[in-house]
Write a protein that binds this ligand. Structure first.
Ligand SMILES: NC(=O)c1ccc[n+]([C@@H]2O[C@H](COP(=O)([O-])OP(=O)(O)OC[C@H]3O[C@@H](n4cnc5c(N)ncnc54)[C@H](OP(=O)(O)O)[C@@H]3O)[C@@H](O)[C@H]2O)c1
Length: 222
């Protein structure tokens, strides 16, 4: 993987940090803009970041995401707009901006970090689920539009991963009960997600494109 360059969003912690470290361990040069350098809630920030981005980018990992919980009748307009912006529109704008920097015939890869809530439902996740399902749809279109250039695009949908986001949204007592509902009996580690992400972003993945890979310890097959 040496000689390859990646852009990973939301790499300050959690899954994004683990993916960035895993790619670095494979010899990839990884760009990890901070929230201040690339604020996905702001189109202006995205445009400014893309304007100063030069050189080749072989791998784009749209990882950053937000997940404000609210049942539909309590959804606030600003949270609706922010979630659709950060989780769906920003990844699309980043893909559009990075594509001219992806060298043709060099095994370039796009990975969108989605969620099991893009395929199954839970009360309070309506806006997040809609944004992530939209991200999966974007992935499928990218796969078709970019196949001719050898660029593979996939979504990766984790279930419950041990990160700040999970611990913020699920109180400790509920976490124990939740683990009992996961066939493998525990949360995923960020490194388990990063391992699959690294494969999908590598030239070892030669034929998998347009898919949404669910990694959830068996949660959604029940
Ligand atoms: N954790 C899970 O169980 C789980 C399950 C399924 C899917 N996912 C998905 O996996 C991805 C990562 O989740 P995580 O649990 O690692 O999240 P996390 O611990 O909350 O980290 C989120 C990352 O996104 C960044 N971010 C948030 N808003 C941003 C913005 N407006 N502009 C730029 N960066 C922003 C954060 O930066 P700051 O630290 O600077 O705010 C942070 O680096 C998300 O897309 C999430 O939906 C997570």
């Amino acid at each position: 993987m040496s000689g390859r360059r990646a852009l990973v969003t939301g790499a300050s912690r959690g899954i994004g940090q683990a993916i960035a470290r895993r790619l670095q361990a494979d010899g990839v040069e990884v760009l990890t803009p901070t929230h201040a350098e690339l604020d996905l809630a702001s189109d202006r920030s995205i445009d400014e970041y893309l304007r100063q981005l030069t050189g080749s980018v072989h791998i784009l990992v749209n990882n950053a995401g937000i997940n404000p919980l609210a049942e539909i009748r309590a959804v606030q307009d600003e949270k609706l707009a922010e979630t659709l912006q950060v989780d769906l529109a920003a990844p699309l704008r980043l893909v559009r901006g990075v594509l001219p920097l992806m060298p043709r015939g060099k095994d370039c890869r796009i990975l969108n970090i989605s969620s099991v809530w893009s395929v199954v439902a839970k009360p309070g996740r309506g806006v997040y689920a809609a944004a992530k399902a939209g991200l999966n749809a974007l992935t499928r279109t990218l796969a078709l539009e970019l196949a001719g250039e050898g660029i593979l695009a996939n979504s990766l949908s984790p279930g419950f991963v041990d990160t700040e986001l999970t611990r913020r949204n699920i109180p400790p007592a509920q976490l124990t009960a939740l683990c009992a509902q996961i066939p493998l009996g525990r949360l995923a580690t960020v490194d388990e997600i990063a391992e699959l992400a690294a494969f999908l972003c590598s030239p070892r993945n030669t034929y998998l494109t347009g898919q949404n890979l669910i990694i959830d310890g068996g949660y959604t097959c029940q």
